[in-house]
Design a binder for this molecule. Structure first.
Ligand code: DGT
Ligand code: MG
Length: 473
């Protein structure tokens, strides 16, 4: 159950509620009211500049499994896993209660839970479409929505919080306390503007989650904090379908409680190894490490970034994502060693991308093929080549002209031959096709109402063709 942060009812009216002319809290950049209070009551605000934002991170619960359940309600309440090849990429919380873990093999999952139901999750179409519906819904609250993954979004709600502060005055917080958990079970202070702003942010996050639940049928977890880094880190503290705020004084705690240094953003296996060589294997050791030691090992820039992350500092703003810059699809496999097989796989990827391009409405001007070679059982890094798509081919994309498929496959195969000498034995384990440099179709193509009416309904869950007012990405 979600607990509520407490407010201090005995506390005198906080100083920062001193009357301020209306309209001065109005925008993110317009801080004079707050700064004015800080000048008079210097001890009120511990905040550095990075406490001025209120960021919400929303991560949907067992995303693919939820989408599958919406498509097939008979799955509801039963332990369900989604598999790609022999890997269980996610499972619902019913399955998790029975000991199933995501990203294990299907075999292990079945051993743990023989009654586990499985659905195939290789085709990402319906997950992608639901993902964009979620983002579009969140954009109804604020234009400052940044997509982080298919099921994750950041929202900068600072301006919404400040508007509520302005409109509701002191009642903003006293009538509606914190929604959800407070990290570390700390008390929210009415005297601290940073606390109150986060509390109001928690109310907005709860409204967003409720909207996603009631309109799209999806639950998720939210984190509310003063920057993206912390909002993401705190959002999974209570799962599923819950939310947590992080007060500024709990930042270090949150980071210190990470059980693995690799959970810090930006630390991959290689950096972890270099740090381990310095004896830095825990978050605490990293937090205590003198700057000079880190700078010597990682270079000044990386060391400073890491130190900021360790302190929970992040001043990167939420950048609205807008429609995707590129559309790509990939397939991985144990072995592909024949040109015919490559051509077939590339053809499948291109066919699925053409459907997405058709729905998107924009036309790509660049195609890229990426592959991963395997030499003596060792996977090499991905390698890719790209080229422009000739204008006469671009023109045909999205028109339903079937010849475009073969022309694009031929183009991709040219790229393939630049990377692989087919006269020599080869072994690849991944193929990916990416269309980028997406530009709007010329207005003439869109003038016909048929352009919109013939657009197929995208979701596998909904086979009816309908004209939707939702943005089509
Ligand atoms: P959660 O957030 O713990 O309740 O569960 P999910 O399933 O939402 O997990 P999350 O947020 O890490 O990932 C979102 C979706 O991305 C997930 O439903 C399936 C997919 N996914 C996650 N991990 C992997 C992976 O390792 N490989 C592949 N191919 N897909 C993954
Ligand atoms: Mg998730």
């Amino acid at each position: 159950m979600e607990s509520c942060g407490e407010e201090d009812e005995e506390a005198p009216e906080p100083d920062w509620w001193l009357p301020e002319p209306r309209g001065r809290f109005g925008s993110v950049s317009c801080k004079p009211a707050i700064l004015g209070v800080r000048a008079v009551h210097g001890n009120m605000m511990r905040s550095g500049s990075d406490l001025r934002r209120v960021i919400v991170h929303l991560d949907l619960d067992c995303f693919y499994a939820q989408v599958e359940t919406i498509c097939n309600p008979e799955l509801r309440g039963k332990p369900l896993g989604v598999q790609q090849k022999n890997l269980l990429i996610t499972c619902n919380y019913e399955a998790r209660k029975l000991g199933v873990k995501k990203t294990t093999t299907v075999k292990e999952a079945k051993e743990k839970c023989p009654e586990l139901l499985l659905v195939k999750g290789e085709d990402l179409t319906k997950y992608r479409e639901m993902s964009y519906k979620v983002t579009a819904l969140l954009e109804e609250f604020t234009p400052l929505v940044e997509r982080l993954a298919l099921d994750e979004n950041f929202m900068d709600v600072t301006e919404m919080v400040e508007k509520r502060l302005e409109e509701w005055g002191k009642d903003a917080f006293s009538q509606m306390p914190v929604s959800g958990h407070v990290y570390g079970n700390r008390t929210v202070s009415l005297h601290d503007l940073a606390h109150v702003k986060l509390a109001i942010g928690s109310q907005i996050a709860a409204e967003m989650r409720e909207s996603v639940r009631s309109r799209l049928g999806l639950t998720g977890c939210a984190g509310i904090a003063s920057n993206k880094l912390l909002a993401k880190m705190v959002s999974g503290t209570f799962r599923p379908n819950q939310q947590t705020i992080l007060l500024p004084e709990s930042r270090r705690d949150l980071i210190a409680h990470l059980d693995n240094i690799k959970k810090l953003p930006g630390i991959g296996s290689k950096t972890a190894q270099r740090l381990a060589a310095l004896g830095l294997t825990t978050i605490c050791s990293l937090q205590m490490c003198p700057a000079a030691v880190l700078e010597k090992e990682l270079g000044v820039s990386a060391a400073r970034t890491l130190q900021k992350v360790c302190r929970g500092e992040d001043d990167v703003p939420v950048t609205p994502s807008g429609p995707p810059q590129s559309l790509s699809d990939e397939d991985s496999f144990k072995k592909c060693s024949s040109e015919v097989e490559v051509e077939k796989k590339v053809g499948e990827l291109i066919a699925s991308l053409l459907v997405r391009l058709y729905k998107d409405g924009r036309k790509p001007h660049t195609i890229k093929l990426t592959l991963r070679k395997c030499i003596t059982n060792r996977w090499l890094n991905r390698e890719g080549r790209q080229c422009p798509i000739p204008p006469h081919v671009v023109q045909k994309i999205g028109t339903g002209d079937s010849s475009v498929q073969n022309q694009l496959v031929a183009l991709a195969m040219k790229l393939f031959h630049k990377m692989i000498n087919v006269k020599v034995l080869f072994h690849i384990t991944l193929l990916s096709v990416c269309f980028s440099n997406l530009k709007d179709a010329p207005a003439s193509a869109k003038q016909s109402i048929g352009f919109y009416l013939t657009r197929p309904s995208s979701s596998n869950c909904n086979k009816l063709v309908h004209v939707s007012s939702e943005p089509i990405y």
